[in-house]
Design a protein around this ligand. Structure first.
Ligand code: COA
Ligand code: MG
Length: 294
């Protein structure tokens, strides 16, 4: 699966920001039709995105379009307009049931059939960001094989349960861990909350590293300043990669000697630690980090 260490949003009606995004080397660019766009600019956003998709070279970045939520009355027109631009990926916010995931996926499939694209070629990411979405995480995560990631929206979730957002984000802990768990159980990527204070790179780093430690594979971001910090936080460090390689190698040797558990640098290593080391190497490879062996 494509690495999505950072997913950068910008309002779909803002051509200048879309152009800027293509110069940043960010893993994913998400042109927004939803909450980043004023109610009276929804039509313009569809048009600006279509034009940008036709004219701009997005380089290494994934081209994502976020449509309005199902039930808003805008979702069908958004989806038709988004698919007509031949995007890499559709993002659907505020998903609350498996049925909604299937509805989108079926529409995408009809488009793929009619445009003679390969079935499954358009990817799907969904936002879970309400109390109901968190309650239905299991069915959402299992709903459709087109689905590649769940994006957890912290601000919307806080609004949905009436929580006060704090910098420590303890009010989001349960939901963040629930998302990571549902994703891991279904081989999906989990994409963490936005850090809205885009002038505080240190705060962003702390939150992004915490998300990476929780098991998230990437983070939503909202400003060019945030690209590098986020992408670094979700790329295993050279030391982490080196240590993971030593765990894998010493594990193999210890298995050959008939030992399930053994000591490395004064710490016990057994099967779960091997699996964790393999995950580190997998992430490093997905991020294109050299030195990670296959
Ligand atoms: N994507 C691409 N470029 C962006 C950007 C983004 N999300 N946010 C800012 N930029 C660009 C600006 O256009 C500006 O470029 P310029 O110097 O060539 O004009 C430069 O980066 C510096 O921007 P700055 O002046 O610091 O920010 P701003 O006041 O213009 O915008 C926000 C601040 C928060 C409005 C803006 O970052 C933004 O729109 N973020 C995304 C919001 C969004 O999509 N929300 C919905 C999903 S949560
Ligand atoms: Mg949201």
């Amino acid at each position: 699966m494509k690495a999505r260490r950072a997913l950068l949003y910008m309002p779909g009606d803002d051509r200048r920001k879309i152009e800027k995004a293509t110069t940043l080397g960010v893993d994913s660019i998400c042109m927004d039709m939803e909450d980043g766009v004023a109610a009276n600019k929804k039509t313009e956003a569809r048009e600006v995105i279509a034009q940008a998709m036709k004219e701009l070279d997005f380089g290494v970045s994934e081209r994502c379009i976020r449509i309005n939520q199902i039930g808003s009355g805008l979702e069908k027109r958004d989806l038709i307009a988004a698919l007509a631009t031949n995007p890499d990926t559709i993002v659907v916010p505020k998903i609350e049931s498996a049925e909604q995931v299937k509805w989108v996926s079926e529409h995408i499939e009809s488009y793929e059939l009619s445009s003679k694209a390969n079935i499954g070629s358009v990817r799907l990411l969904v936002g879970v960001e309400t109390a109901k979405g968190i309650m239905n995480l299991k069915e959402i995560a299992e709903a459709d094989k087109r689905l590649e990631a769940i994006i957890f929206g912290g601000e919307d979730f806080a609004a949905s349960v009436g929580a006060v957002r704090t910098k420590e984000a303890t009010e989001l802990l349960y939901a963040r861990q629930a998302v990571v768990t549902a994703c891991a159980a279904n081989d999906l990527q989990a994409i963490d909350i936005v850090f809205i204070d885009f002038k505080d790179p240190e705060g962003l780093r702390v939150e992004a590293e915490q998300g990476a430690r929780f098991g998230f594979s990437g983070k939503q971001i909202i400003h060019p300043n945030q690209v590098q910090v986020a992408q670094e936080a979700f790329t295993p460090s050279t030391e982490a990669v080196e240590y993971a390689k030593r765990v894998v190698e010493s594990f193999e040797a210890s298995q050959r000697e008939g030992k399930g558990a053994y000591a490395l640098d004064g710490k016990m290593i057994d099967m779960p630690l091997l699996k964790n080391a393999q995950k580190v190497l997998e992430r490093a490879r997905a991020a294109g980090k050299s030195g990670a062996r296959t």
